[in-house]
Ligand binder design. Structure first.
Ligand SMILES: [Zn+2]
Length: 204
């Protein structure tokens, strides 16, 4: 397709609210070694509810997170397991725990926060493994062509309603197995009056 035409189509699409919001409550991704440290030798996670991203699920398992100032119980484990354990919390959770967690993309753990995870069979010390997730949009390469955006690009996203907020600095993440979804945490969602499944528009 002609580049000019593609840009025009993309520009028109970018004013249409067609991206579903996915609100992420605090959660933890665990390595298999940490699953076993927390839940017992040979233990594997039990899928509880599929997430919108293909293959991802909320597990039945929950852990307690302990920081220097306080703790959070019933923190959901998401599966499948990953090479490195990563805890994702909100800014308010940071205050509750007394933990300093930077706003980061998933996996960018340099100088991240630290905390303790407690499970029924033991505990795990997280060192530089706690972040507040950087708001992002998951999309397939096909979606990326429609919106004329590239992996890692920062875009704006807008919702509607009385608490309408325009989110700046939203990172686009493109992968073959990604479903179209705008990921924000509970505080960002509440501040903007957004819920799971609300449709938002991509802007540039
Ligand atoms: Zn995400």
């Amino acid at each position: 397709m002609d580049t000019v035409i593609r840009e025009k189509i993309a520009a028109r699409l970018q004013s249409v609210a067609d991206i579903p919001v996915g609100v992420s409550n605090r959660h933890v991704h665990l390595s298999q070694a940490d699953v076993e440290a927390l839940f017992g030798a040979g233990y594997s996670l039990t899928p509880f509810k599929p997430l919108r991203q293909p293959g991802q699920f909320a597990a039945q398992e929950c852990v307690t997170v302990v920081g220097p100032k306080g703790s959070l119980t019933q923190v959901r484990v998401l599966g499948p397991t990953r090479p490195v354990t990563q805890l994702e919390i909100s800014r308010a959770d940071c205050f509750t725990l007394g933990v300093q967690a930077p706003v980061r993309e998933s996996g960018a753990l340099e100088n991240a926060g630290s905390a303790l995870l407690m499970g029924p069979a033991g505990h795990v010390e997280l060192q530089s493994q706690v972040i507040c997730a950087w708001r992002h949009i998951h999309m397939s390469p096909q979606d990326a062509r429609r919106y004329a955006v590239s992996n890692g690009q920062k875009v704006k996203v807008s919702g509607e309603g009385l608490r309408r907020v325009i989110f700046d600095e939203v990172i686009v993440r493109i992968r073959d197995d990604f479903a179209l979804e705008f990921h924000i945490d509970t505080e960002e969602a509440n501040a903007a009056g957004l819920k799971n499944g609300t449709l938002v528009a991509l802007q540039r």
